[in-house]
Structures are given as structure tokens and as C-alpha cells.
Design a protein around this ligand. Structure first.
Ligand SMILES: NC(=O)c1ccc[n+]([C@@H]2O[C@H](COP(=O)([O-])OP(=O)(O)OC[C@H]3O[C@@H](n4cnc5c(N)ncnc54)[C@H](O)[C@@H]3O)[C@@H](O)[C@H]2O)c1
Length: 335
């Protein structure tokens, strides 16, 4: 039986740092054996750090048979072709979000994954975000009674790094849109974990950041299949911003508040704690990559089911696409 996993990291950029730190610190069964980036410095740095081999292209890493599983951490327009290539080569694949910018692209990837018999994971780290999971436990325990409504806010001061290292993120044709299809997915998945699937969305988008072709402002309402409503906002501006919570879940007996990105934190408000009870934990966005990489390794090495199958990520994408349609039509749009 295979006891450890030879992993390739394809794309040694910003999010690769989080994956690598999580693996190095917490997932010893994963050995990074291939570091692939067309930027030789980045591939070389990751190779030095991990003891893996640096490759300038996916083709070169495949030719060298240097890995059994791969984390694809590339710009969105490269997701489909690289995933199909890796699945066809018999590799297990973990792919960063969004699966693809279109539903047709997702369908092609899901069909190839099914036919391959390999593990295919869509890496939505919010599924493992410790505060999100703890909030789900509290909701299930009835800590805030019956759910009434929720509020999600993906708000971030613009990172100048996007002007230089990540120019692709400013291009609508490379990302498929703006913040709603990009980082927004991490705010939708938790809402779906707590409230269930989204049935309809209505929203508007705006472009306050001139450098970004896609949306940098989004205001929306989601209606869940249960009939409940939540508000969901996104904003990225080059403006100093005040403190902002990421989520608020309101029930008949209390409220759960998850602090702003990336520090997080969890506070429960109920009749016994009207000023709030701060709940301690190993919190924070960075920790979500630990659970994510553990889940991928276990699915391959132990045959355990993923916390959420890749189809769940298609639902996240459908929410983003419905908001874009609604922004164009002015109507509620079905997911
Ligand atoms: N889970 C999260 O919270 C989160 C956060 C940020 C980004 N992401 C996702 O991660 C993915 C990558 O984003 P990022 O922020 O790391 O981008 P990035 O630009 O920082 O990194 C991408 C890397 O890929 C390399 N690259 C580009 N084309 C290549 C090619 N053809 N062959 C080899 N290497 C190539 C680049 O040189 C770069 O090092 C995207 O899907 C993004 O949406 C997820």
C-alpha cells in the first residue's frame, strides 16, 4: 500500500505558498517531488525548499514521471487544458478554484475525471476553514436556534501585487470575470454549508478599480432552497478600509460572527452572552489549507471520500454566474 504521496505543484505563485506551508507543517504524508513554473526562479525556490525537482513546464515534469498527484495552482484560463492533460496521464488532480470560467468547461473536466478513475478534487479551501467548520457545528448543535438569515462580506483592500506579479487577475478573459467569480467563491461555499443550496440570486456589479476589467464591487441577495435569504457583498478597492466581519449567521436564539479576512476569529452572541463569547481555536484562512491538503492525501492514500465532491464547486460557480446574469437583466436569476 502506498504510504506517502509524490506531489507536483504546478504554479509556484501566491497560493502555492499557502499550500506548501500547510503541507510542510502539517501533512507529512505528502512529499513535494516536482515544482513546476515557467518562471524558473519560482520553480527553483520551491525545489530548494522542498527537495523536489524544478521543471519549466508540465510536459517536462510528466516526461520525467516525477509525481503521482498534482496541485494545479494556475490562472483560470489554464485550468481546463492542464487538468485534462494530467488526468489523461493518470495523475490524481487537485485544482484551484474556479474549476473553469464556464459551466461547459466544468462539464468537460468532470467527465474526464470520472472516466479517469483518479481522485479529482476542486480545492475550495473554505470547506476546511476552521471558523466556518466550527460555525457549522454550532449551527447543528442549535447554539443559535433556527436559522433566520446571514450576511457574507468579501471585502479586501486592493493588493498592489496584482499590478505586477498577478496581472492575469486584472484581465476578464483570463479570470472569467472579477471578484465575484474569483475570491467570492470562498464566501459562497460557507453560506451553502450553513444554509443549504442557493436557489436564486439578484445582484449588481460595479467597477471602482479602473485597472481591473472585471467587477471589483458586487452587492447581492441570495435566496436559498429553504426560502431563507442572505446578503452577499464583494468589494476590492485601493482605499484604506475599516474593520469588516466576513460572515454573520443570525438565528432565533443568537448570532455567530466570523471576523474579517484573513485573521478571522469566532464569536457567539446568545441570551447568556449578550456581549459575545469569544471562542478560541486554531483559526485563520491559512489553516484551511491544512485540512484541504490532508483531505486530498487521504482520498488517494486511504480511499476516504472528500469532504465535498467537485460538483459542489460547480454550484459555487453557478451562484457567481447567476449574479452576473442578474446584473445584466436586473432580475432574480435561478442558479
Ligand atoms: N484558495 C484561495 O484562497 C486562493 C487565493 C488566491 C488564488 N487562488 C487561486 O489559485 C490559482 C493561482 O492563483 P495565484 O494567486 O497563486 O496566482 P499567481 O499568479 O501568484 O501564481 C501563478 C503561477 O503560475 C505560473 N504560471 C503561469 N502560467 C504557467 C504555465 N503555463 N506553466 C507553468 N507555470 C505557469 C506563474 O509564473 C505563477 O508563478 C487561481 O486559480 C486562483 O484563483 C486561490
Amino acid at each position: 500500500m502506498q504510504t506517502d504521496l509524490r506531489l507536483a505543484v504546478l504554479g509556484c505563485g501566491a497560493i502555492a505558498r499557502y499550500h506548501l506551508d500547510a503541507i510542510k507543517g502539517h501533512v507529512p504524508r505528502v512529499r513535494v517531488t516536482a515544482c513546476v513554473d515557467n518562471d524558473a526562479d519560482r520553480a527553483g525556490q520551491f525545489a530548494t525548499e522542498t527537495g523536489g525537482t524544478a521543471f519549466a513546464s508540465l510536459d517536462a515534469a510528466l516526461d520525467a514521471d516525477a509525481f503521482d498527484a498534482i496541485a494545479i495552482l494556475l490562472p483560470h484560463d489554464l485550468h481546463e487544458a492542464t487538468t485534462l492533460q494530467c488526468l489523461a496521464a493518470g495523475k490524481h488532480v487537485m485544482l484551484e478554484k474556479p474549476m473553469a470560467p464556464t459551466l461547459e468547461g466544468c462539464d468537460r473536466i468532470l467527465a474526464a475525471a470520472k472516466a479517469s478513475g483518479k481522485v479529482f478534487m476542486l480545492a475550495e479551501n473554505a470547506q476546511y476553514w476552521p471558523e466556518v467548520v466550527a460555525a457549522l457545528d454550532l449551527v447543528r448543535q442549535g447554539a443559535i436556534g433556527d436559522l433566520v438569515t446571514g450576511r457574507a462580506a468579501f471585502v479586501s483592500e486592493y493588493n498592489p501585487y496584482w499590478f505586477t506579479g498577478q496581472k492575469w487577475r486584472l484581465s476578464r478573459s483570463r479570470t472569467g470575470g472579477g471578484i465575484t467569480i474569483d475570491g467570492g467563491s470562498h464566501w459562497v461555499r460557507p453560506m451553502r454549508m450553513w444554509f443549504g443550496d442557493v436557489a436564486k440570486a439578484v445582484g449588481v456589479i460595479g467597477y471602482p478599480m479602473e485597472e481591473m476589467q472585471g467587477d471589483s464591487l458586487m452587492r447581492s441577495l441570495l435566496q436559498f432552497e429553504s426560502g431563507l435569504y442572505a446578503s452577499y457583498d464583494g468589494l476590492m478597492v485601493a482605499t484604506p478600509l475599516g474593520p469588516q466581519e466576513s460572515w454573520r449567521i443570525t438565528g432565533t436564539d443568537g448570532e455567530i460572527v466570523i471576523g474579517g479576512f484573513p485573521a478571522g476569529g469566532l464569536t457567539l452572541y446568545d441570551r447568556a452572552h449578550r456581549s459575545g463569547r469569544v471562542i478560541d481555536g486554531d483559526w485563520g484562512y491559512a489553516m484551511s489549507f491544512v485540512g484541504e491538503n490532508r483531505d486530498f492525501a487521504s482520498a488517494i492514500l486511504d480511499g476516504t471520500p472528500l469532504a465535498a465532491g467537485p460538483e459542489s464547486a460547480v454550484q459555487d460557480l453557478r451562484v457567481a454566474l447567476a449574479i452576473y446574469r442578474s446584473a445584466a437583466t436586473g432580475n432574480w436569476e435561478t442558479i
